[in-house]
Design a protein around this ligand. Structure first.
Ligand code: FES
Length: 116
């Protein structure tokens, strides 16, 4: 599978999040870093298929413990994308498989579809 470089690991604050791959007004990806691990999700809330951040790069709860969609406060596990509270409880974010090599983050050349 071909891949693309997304960013340097250090472009994402440890314990924080970034929006990436901007298209028009929205970032297509929600990217969360925890140490040397990076979790990448389509920035597409399963509730109403909207972007999730409350402002640029802000996807996480105040304690950094989970992803929050600020439209209607759906809460998602950072590692699994599982929605455990809010209007789409039981649904999932769409994962973008990411690998970290030599301090660089790579994702597949083609993003997954929200309809998979
Ligand atoms: S659009 Fe995300 S909780 Fe409603």
């Amino acid at each position: 599978m071909s891949e693309q470089r997304l960013c340097a690991l250090t472009d994402i604050p440890d314990g924080g999040s970034r929006g990436m791959l901007r298209r028009d007004l929205d970032d297509q990806l929600c990217v969360v870093r925890q140490g040397d691990e990076v979790f990448v999700w389509l920035n597409d809330c399963p509730h109403e298929h909207r972007p999730m951040e409350y402002r640029q790069d802000r996807f996480l709860s105040s304690d950094g413990g989970h992803i929050v969609c600020y439209a209607h406060s759906a809460h998602f596990d950072i590692r699994t994308g599982h929605c455990f509270a809010g209007p789409c409880t039981g649904q999932h974010l769409v994962k973008v498989p990411a690998t970290v090599r030599d301090g660089e983050v790579f994702i597949p050349a083609e993003l997954p579809s929200i309809f998979d």
